[in-house]
Design a protein around this ligand. Structure first.
Ligand code: PRP
Length: 223
């Protein structure tokens, strides 16, 4: 006898064979546009409150996730494939397969400080305070240079750090540089060149290799 509730049965039967985690926000439009160019039918109703959106033939379910959660969903296999920024992936330390760099989301993770900061090399600063959304990459960058930095984690508007004298320096993403300039800051060093990346769950890469390789090849063909 089948003891599963009707709801559980329905959930299992309707699950698309591939789950694709997409980042909501900045990378969302370009991700969908790329997948569309690659010939994938993507959900049109991305404004919906539903968080798993199937494509037309229900072969792929698109999981609309917070950008910082995409590597987590993919490492644990909750999603088979995903798109995220290299900044988020490296900060997360999640172990996933990275078959393709994608041609959007270009920016850099940089150390920046006040324009009028004394021109002292970073390694001579004694325990600088650094405000950032990337504590792990920041700690690693300064540790490798022998600088004992105090890293202060913020979740946004990191440029406020030096402006409000909370921190001496920041580590943050720079795209046009407008936000730095508007707050009297300049870039000092680049830590990481960033762009969007396609990531794949390691087990799924083996177990669903035909579908996933097909998807990778279609995307590769249009970039
Ligand atoms: C990002 C980043 C910088 C800004 C850089 O912030 O953290 O603040 O964009 O872009 P720019 O060099 O083109 O000025 P976001 O807008 O994502 O908001 P947040 O600061 O609240 O994270």
């Amino acid at each position: 006898m089948d003891n599963r509730s009707p709801l559980a049965t329905e959930t299992i039967e309707r699950r698309p064979s591939l789950l694709f985690a997409l980042p909501k926000g900045r990378l969302a439009d370009e991700s969908l546009e790329l997948l569309q160019r690659a010939g994938l039918s993507v959900p049109v109703d991305t404004g919906s409150r539903k968080l798993v959106l199937p494509n037309a033939d229900n072969s792929i379910g698109f999981v609309m996730a917070k950008p910082w959660d995409v590597p987590t969903f993919v490492e644990y296999g909750a999603a088979d494939v995903g798109i995220c920024g290299l900044d988020v992936l490296r900060e997360s330390g999640r172990r996933v397969h990275e078959p393709l760099r994608l041609p959007f989301g270009f920016c850099r993770l940089s150390v920046a400080g006040p324009v009028d900061r004394p021109d002292t090399p970073l390694r001579y600063a004694s325990q600088p305070r650094i405000a950032t959304k990337f504590p792990r990459l920041t700690q690693e960058f300064f540790r490798k240079r022998g600088v004992n930095a105090e890293v202060i984690g913020l979740s946004g508007s990191v440029e406020l750090g030096p402006v409000l004298a909370l921190a001496d320096l920041i580590v943050d993403l720079v795209e046009t540089g407008d936000t730095l300039r508007a707050n009297g800051l300049v870039e000092i060093r680049t830590i990481l060149e960033v762009q969007a990346v396609l990531i794949v769950n390691r087990a799924a890469y083996q177990l669903k290799s035909r579908e996933i390789q097909g998807l990778i090849e279609r995307v590769r063909a249009v970039i």
